[in-house]
Design a binder for this molecule. Structure first.
Ligand code: AMP
Length: 384
């Protein structure tokens, strides 16, 4: 298999059976219903399994958690009850999600996992740590808190994964990440995943890793083939009406609706709440409320979730049929991140972007970036 900085070759999909995976893990993969490895899984699993350092440019939705999760649960020794693997993530939601995914992958090998994140009582985490987990999935701040209290020791770690490194950078975690890495053995294996590769992220890779293989899976092209992308021109004051029409017109199973601010999220949810079951997710909510909102959405009790950008990034929300940009994203990158939330793992999805009178500038950039794949929505909300 070729390695390097190239985009994944478009070869016929391999089977999980062709990859170096033990029967217990294969069973866990089957139980998850994954029939074929995604491109990033095809390339990353053998390399991490061999112990290589690796930098992977890949977005949420590419199957990257499985790409590092499968070799992680394979390589560690379940009979040694000590912390062997550390996965650093930017947010508590991602910590919980990655921990869940790893638990599912490691269930037949007896792999124990702890999620360590701020906002949860630290005592509860002490209790989980006493059970001597093999893997910690942690946000940097809380992990440092544990190391300072002596409740976590990192000198037995053999593999470190830095997940969503660009977001950790955005959130100001890089100094913490460096401090954490300094507490782990120099002989460790390190892998870094990031949707984008700003200089500061590259610098970590160069400073902290040993001859890493660089892999880019996401094409720079901002579209996913299976997402149908529409725009709908609608004046600011008519957007609520337009959304109601869209929800009636489109086969919406579950939709993420993006708004720019927390206040606007709440206001829109209220306006829609009379007709639809609507949830909200934004940075102003407490941890418990956020988790409850995510659960209600995942279970389709509130199939429409109105969110801010910040709240939504990095979340794994499977089976979203629609992404609706009620407010125009700030730039093309943000658009790509949002739209990437639908059509996960090859499922078809639809993105609809409202274009108001103040959105022309970004809309022009979008049209330039997306070309003919961005189409006008057939709905005319101004027709009677
Ligand atoms: P991730 O990019 O890790 O957030 O994964 C995106 C979604 O794809 C998650 O819901 C995974 O459960 C799912 N997934 C990961 N790998 C596969 C696979 N090989 N086949 C089908 N679904 C997958």
């Amino acid at each position: 298999m070729s390695v390097g900085t190239s985009v994944a070759p478009q070869e016929a999909p391999e089977k999980f059976g062709d990859l170096p995976i033990r029967p217990e893990t294969r069973r866990a993969i089957q139980a998850l219903g994954w029939s074929q490895p995604t491109p990033i899984q095809q390339r990353v699993i053998p390399l991490l399994r061999e112990g290589r350092d690796l930098v992977g440019q890949a977005q949420t939705g590419s199957g990257k958690t499985g790409a590092f999760g499968i070799p992680l649960v394979e390589r560690l020794d379940p009979t040694r009850r000590m912390l062997q693997v550390l996965v650093l993530v930017p947010t508590r939601e991602l910590a919980l999600q990655v921990a869940d995914d790893l638990r599912a992958l490691g269930r037949y090998r007896g792999v124990a996992i702890v999620a360590l994140f701020g906002g949860q009582a630290i005592e509860r985490q002490f209790a989980e740590l006493k059970r001597r987990p093999h893997i910690a999935v942690a946000t940097p701040g809380r992990l440092l808190d544990h190391t300072q209290r002596g409740t976590v020791r990192l000198d037995t770690i053999s593999t470190v994964i830095l997940d969503e490194a660009d977001r950790m950078l955005d959130m100001g975690f890089l100094p913490d990440v460096s401090r954490i890495l300094a507490l782990t053995p120099a002989s460790r294996q390190t892998a870094l995943f990031s949707a984008t590769m700003p200089q500061a992220v590259r610098a970590i890779a160069e400073r902290q890793m040993r001859n890493p293989v660089w892999i880019r899976i996401t094409a720079p092209q901002p579209t996913v083939d299976s997402v149908t992308q529409y725009y709908l021109e609608v004046a600011e004051e008519d957007k609520v009406k337009a959304l109601r029409r869209v929800l009636r017109h489109e086969p919406v199973e579950s939709a993420l609706v993006f708004r720019r601010t927390q206040y606007r999220v709440d206001r829109l949810a209220k306006a829609l709440g009379r007709e639809h079951s609507v949830g909200v997710l934004h940075g102003g909510m407490r941890q418990g409320a956020r988790l409850a909102a995510l659960r209600a959405f995942a279970e389709k009790r509130t199939p429409i979730l109105v969110v801010t950008n910040v709240a939504s990034r990095g979340l794994d929300l499977p089976e979203i049929s629609h992404v609706i940009n009620f407010d125009m994203p700030e730039d093309v990158d943000t658009y790509v991140h949002r739209v990437g939330r639908t059509a996960r793992a090859g499922r078809p999805g639809t993105a609809i972007t409202f274009v108001g009178q103040h959105d022309i500038e970004v809309f022009d950039q979008l049209r330039k970036a997306l070309g003919p794949s961005l189409k006008r929505h057939p709905l005319n909300i101004y027709a009677s």
